[in-house]
Design a protein around this ligand. Sequence first.
Ligand code: SF4
Ligand code: SF4
Length: 211
Amino acid sequence: MQIIKSITAYFGNIYESVTTISMGMWITFKTAFFERKVTLQYPSHDVIKGESKDESIPSKKKLKLPFEPLLGASQQTYRGPLNTQVTERYRGLLGYDELKCISCLLCAQNCPIDVIRVKGVKIEGRKGKAPTTFRIDYSKCMFCGFCVEVCPTDAVFFTRQFEGATFEYRNLIREFINPELSLERLQLAEVAKKKDMEKKRKKQKSEGKEE
Ligand code: SF4
Ligand code: SF4
């Protein structure tokens, strides 16, 4: 019985070795002979859109390989290197949509290294608070995603933009609300505050009369 077990294990090991080596060799063979090899010409190849900005580089429609029909990879469906893109879930530089922001401060409070600065004011016709400052210091951001996760309105999100290199440190500090808009909102907030106080005063007056 022990001999049968040993023989089965012996041939089982041989089978496993042969199949795993064959699978690996098939991938090597496929890549070596059937896959299109193209050098991506960075930065003329736009890896965010997955297309070349340089017209002298043949597009995927112009390139043809004899093996492609055999593999069933038509020029339209082929997802080779010329189509190479940064993946959808890539964590690039943070983006911000001020129209969605309610200045709840959650992103700033949850950022472990104080990268985000937010200020907001209450103005008429806007849900929550309208942001007057939204600043991100890209030089410190470690792309942990805490701010993105906690944002209740998806106002802060990851883009696929990865080209953040600059010669000037201050270029890495991005103000998303321009000074004019910020000033306008501060003025609107003053108006809203005055109206609010007026309302309260009238209410107190009417309550006083009733008493
Ligand atoms: S990704 Fe992380 S480090 Fe960067 S701003 Fe958001 S919370 Fe802060
Ligand atoms: S968590 Fe979202 S809504 Fe709140 S301040 Fe940050 S970006 Fe704005």
